[in-house]
Design a protein around this ligand. Structure first.
Ligand code: WT7
Length: 576
């Protein structure tokens, strides 16, 4: 399988790619020299939002559509770069009148609606830190994030606010809630429409140091609460260059990224890197649906598409007759991220769209694509590709020693790429723990073949990837034991042909409780509501005991081996 190659001939591509010669560019490139690709203020100051929007709005792309938006109910809107500049300026002025200053945290808990996009940009313009919360989050997930970040302002809608109301007593630092769908102003809850009406269209964008924080995202590890990953304004340089090379974006593209800005892909490649390259972004508020997705690709003449393996597998499952009904000849480049993309998925792209899916690898912490397949480079189906120019990747052992080709080890990156996380919010030790022997250790296991291609093997820890969403088992376990019938819980990711992994929970019930289908459903609903709509266990097994270390820690590795019928390995530290 690993010998299979989809060969590329750049003369045969429908457009000459931005990156024409991977090897030559990789050899010559350095980040300092690339500073000229983005726009700077005097004295080495910068602003990511200025680069994404204002730079275009003040130039030739002023009247060019930047955002094609379609709501879940079919409503359609268009925004030019100029309009996005004015809206984000107004929003920045709104924040200013509310006393927001540099470094303050402003959070968004919204579906994919235009307010989220210009609000995010407006926040960056003030120098405050923008945080996004995925609309599927439940009470506990919201509380953890808003409490830890000490957000001063939250922008949401009436519907989602109900979840915030359940925890707002525990959020003394949250000063105001702004609703996008209300005309009423009270002391604590304000109307965005009312605030925007009065706000001026001009705004002097904050001149930031390259290392000043711009946005933050919470992500999960094996243990503990989610951690706040902070990205700096300079990340725009990485996002700009990688969008150019990997997504091959240019101003005449209609680009559709199916990710949500609640996750890093939606920020880096739906807002920042996309718009800084002058491309138009399509945003569809609605959910996944094969027919609707093909409709969108056709109707908007999408040229470049960035999606996720689970979506690819679901489209494959929906059959090849469906795409044949559509005219998708405009589509010239397709990419994927978030979890392993099976070789079948890569090849299915070629069969159905005439072009293979190009897998890309990165993480919330890396702020931008680090390893990828390129339009100009041969694709080995199943491989994540090669590091982008300016990024040094290697496979290292646990001490940080580089291993020779074809050896499994830790996928590691030389620190210093511009979108590398700049801190973990208020957890300096956690931040430090990512670095070993001069390498950033990703937490993924991989190998590099003799041609330099990287191949994903698995996570080094217990982190679960379900339909591309990153879920910490500890958070699910914590939510489960809050349920009145449960005493203890162990949670693992169980391989699943469609979703990559599903969440499986092993639970011990309180004495006298009996496992039933009704209880199972009740537990699932409980986790959905309290944690997040996607982070609930699709499978639950009621058990009498859980494997534990002598110090009482649940050994998930053991549960997983048992589930998969694999050897359980070293059991010497187990309690029984
Ligand atoms: C983890 C990071 C960065 C955008 C969304 C994910 C897994 C990501 C791939 C890939 C195999 C992948 C890794 C990684 N992952 N891309 N191409 N092949 N695995 O960000 O939620 O922070 O998750 O997703 O395990 O560590 P994230």
């Amino acid at each position: 399988m690993k010998n299979e190659v989809i060969e590329k001939d750049i003369k045969k591509l429908s457009k000459e790619p931005n990156l024409k010669d991977y090897a030559a560019t990789y050899k010559l490139f350095n980040w300092k020299a690339a500073y000229q690709h983005i726009d700077w203020f005097p004295k080495g100051k910068i602003n990511a939002a200025h680069n994404a929007i204002d730079r275009n709005a003040r130039g030739d792309r002023k009247s060019k559509v930047a955002l094609f938006w379609e709501g879940s109910d079919g409503e359609k809107r268009k925004y030019t770069f100029l309009e996005l500049m004015e809206l984000s300026n107004k929003f920045a002025n709104v924040l200013k009148t509310l006393g927001i200053e540099r470094g303050d945290r402003v959070f968004f808990f919204l579906p994919r609606i235009p307010e989220l996009y210009y609000g995010f940009l407006g926040t960056l313009k003030t120098g405050a830190i923008a945080g996004t919360l995925f609309a599927a989050f439940g009470e506990q997930a919201l509380l953890d994030r808003l409490q830890n970040s000490a957000a001063r302002i939250l922008i949401t809608n009436k519907d989602l606010k109900e979840r915030v109301d359940k925890v707002k007593d525990k959020l003394p630092r949250l000063e105001k809630i702004i609703l996008v769908d209300s005309d009423k102003n009270t002391d604590y809850v304000l109307s965005l429409t009312k605030l925007m009406e009065k706000a001026p269209e001009d705004y002097k964008v904050a001149h930031m140091d390259p290392s000043d924080p711009a946005f933050m995202l919470y992500t999960s590890g094996t243990t503990g609460k989610p951690k706040g990953v902070i990205h700096q304004h300079l990340a725009i340089l990485h996002e700009h260059m990688s969008a150019k090379w990997v997504l091959d974006l240019r101003e005449d593209d209609i680009y559709w990224c199916t990710a949500d800005p609640g996750w890093v892909t939606g920020i880096a490649y739906e807002i920042l890197g996309t718009w800084s390259n002058g491309a138009a972004t399509l945003v569809y508020e609605g959910r996944f649906d094969p027919e609707k997705w093909y409709d969108l690709l056709q109707e908007y003449d999408v040229t470049v598409w960035y999606t996720a393996p689970t979506a690819v597998r679901l489209l494959m499952a929906a059959g090849n007759d469906l795409p044949e009904k559509y005219d998708l000849h405009q589509l010239r480049h397709i990419c994927s991220v978030g979890e392993p993309l099976n070789p079948e998925g890569v090849k299915w792209g070629k069969k159905v769209f005439g072009i293979p899916f190009h897998d890309t690898w990165w993480q919330t912490e890396t702020g931008g694509i680090l390893i990828a397949n390129y339009p100009c480079m041969d694709v080995k189906p199943g491989s994540m590709g090669k590091p982008i120019p300016g990024v040094v990747a290697a496979i290292v052992n646990d001490k940080g020693k580089v291993l020779p080709p074809n050896n499994e080890g830790n996928l590691a990156i030389k620190p210093g790429w511009p979108s590398m996380m700049q801190q973990i919010w208020r957890r300096p030790q956690k931040y430090e723990s990512y670095f070993v022997g001069g390498w950033y250790i990703s937490g993924d296991r991989a190998l590099q073949d003799k041609d330099g291609y990287f191949w994903f093997i698995g996570r080094a820890d217990d982190v679960i990837k379900t339909a591309g969403e990153r879920v910490g088992p500890f958070e699910v376990e914590s939510a489960l034991i809050e349920h009145p019938s449960i005493v203890e819980a162990g949670v693992i990711g169980k391989p699943d042909p469609l979703r990559g992994e599903i969440i499986k929970a092993f639970v011990i019930l309180k004495p006298g409780e009996k496992g039933s289908d009704k209880l199972l459903e009740d537990i699932q609903k409980y986790v959905k509501k309290h944690l997040a709509g996607y982070a609930y266990p699709r499978e639950i097994e009621f058990v009498e005991t859980l494997p534990k270390t002598r110090s009482g820690k649940i050994v998930r590795r053991f549960l997983k081996a048992q589930e998969m019928g694999l050897p359980i390995g070293d059991t010497s530290t187990l309690e029984e």
